[in-house]
Design a protein around this ligand. Structure first.
Ligand code: BEZ
Length: 211
């Protein structure tokens, strides 16, 4: 059965470009991103892994460990990483799983047979410190993902995990956030000393509380 938001992300052991790992040990108590790509030595995948490598510091700042996966073998991954580093001007420092037996792809339902019988689609999971699935996105092979959007969602997830707020459309770090409906306006005024702007009884904004 496929995973849903709030489900426990399955643990696994895998062979990677950084040696054998146990997924939960790799994650430790922090956040994680597990993302699949269809195949090594392909153009869109090369740019995606390069962009992720260029954003490694941004992920680290947010206490997010990144792990890539495809069904290609380890030696192919290792050769391809050299090309990614050369062409994308980066240094891939995160592991890439060699999922030849499709164990990870199957656990995370990353093969969509009507798109491709053999390759993983572009799936991406954000996993919280509680090991629960917080975000799932799925893109087709022909469309590279927006990794700034992934960072933006991580910012929202980390904020909303700690405060009774939600983030509006197109929100970015530092912008006003929304008071969740479960909090009354009277309580919101006490909880959010920076102020509460009531547009409608159900639409209330407050400055980002952790800024
Ligand atoms: C790519 O990464 O460029 C790609 C992979 C599979 C199908 C189409 C494009």
């Amino acid at each position: 059965m496929s995973l849903r938001l709030g489900d426990i992300a399955p643990n696994f052991q895998a062979k990677t470009t950084a040696g054998d790992i146990d997924f939960y040990e790799f994650l430790g108590n922090g956040w994680g991103i597990l993302f699949s790509h269809p195949a090594d030595y392909t153009p869109v995948c090369t740019t995606e892994l390069g962009k992720t490598a260029l954003l490694q510091e941004e992920f680290a700042k947010r206490n997010v460990k990144v792990l890539a996966v495809s069904v290609d073998p380890l030696d192919k991954h290792l050769g391809w990483v050299k090309d990614i580093n050369e062409t994308q001007n980066c240094n891939v420092g995160f592991p890439i799983i060699a999922d030849e037996d499709r164990n990870v792809a199957t656990l995370y339902d990353m093969i969509h047979p009507n798109a491709s019988e053999t390759f993983t689609v572009r799936s991406l999971f954000v996993i919280g410190p509680d090991k629960k699935v917080k975000l799932m996105i799925t893109y087709p092979a022909s469309t590279g993902r927006n990794f700034y959007e992934v960072l933006r969602v991580v910012d929202s997830l980390q904020l909303t995990a700690n405060y009774s707020v939600a983030t509006p459309a197109d929100w970015k770090e530092g912008e006003d956030v929304i008071v969740v409906p479960a909090v009354s306006t009277d309580d919101a005024i006490k909880k959010f000393p920076k102020g509460v702007k009531v547009v409608k009884p159900y639409l209330r904004y407050t400055p980002q509380p952790n800024k």
